[in-house]
Ligand binder design. Structure first.
Ligand SMILES: C[S@@+](CC[C@H](N)C(=O)[O-])C[C@H]1O[C@@H](n2cnc3c(N)ncnc32)[C@H](O)[C@@H]1O
Length: 161
């Protein structure tokens, strides 16, 4: 059997779980590809919350959303995903059908700024409270880069409930 590559596979899963009008979260905004993809799924009646700790990510993503005329249905948050529950509106709690983490560094940016296992785990724990029934959390984990084991994969696989 031929398996899908990781990013297309993540999108197939999101397409199954997320529908127009839904609430979604991009926990690692980066260059905005996942945020734009989610906004395309949720549409004008839904909402995407998107987080990144780097200003550069917010600027790139804001420009991408504007070019696609999707900016109205997204909230770009310049803060870590470990604080996500304080940004999700009360009426959206329990209604999140899809959340994605694309772990690692910002492509084209500073490679020393990377996601950390403890903040990822904290965000996942908060997401459990926000998810809709049958909602999905996707983690795209790369083992291939230096420190990719502890920050992303192994720590999460061993520390997560
Ligand atoms: C691999 S990139 C994400 C790619 C992105 N999803 C896209 O579609 O382009 C990982 C991003 O996670 C961000 N990041 C690191 N720690 C974070 C945190 N605690 N909260 C939110 N984002 C974080 C990095 O700044 C980086 O931009």
């Amino acid at each position: 059997m031929k398996l899908d590559r990781i990013l297309p596979f993540a999108r197939i899963l999101l397409e199954k779980a997320v529908h127009p009008g839904d609430i979604t979260i991009d926990c690692t905004m980066g260059n905005g590809f996942d945020t734009v993809f989610l906004a395309g799924l949720t549409g004008e009646n839904g909402h995407v919350y998107s987080f990144d700790i780097q200003k550069e990510a917010i600027q790139t993503t804001a420009a991408k959303l504007k070019a696609e005329n999707l900016q109205e249905c997204c909230t770009l948050i310049h803060d870590g995903h470990q604080h996500l529950s304080k940004y999700i509106r009360k009426e959206h709690s329990g209604k999140v059908t899809g959340a994605i983490f694309n772990l690692g560094y910002l492509p084209g940016g500073d490679k020393s700024i990377i996601t950390q296992a403890d903040t990822t785990i904290s965000a996942i724990e908060q997401l459990f409270e926000l998810l809709a029934p049958e909602g999905i959390i996707i983690l795209v984990i790369y083992h291939g880069h230096p420190r990719g084991d502890r920050q992303n994969g192994d720590a999460l696989l061993t520390d997560c409930p």
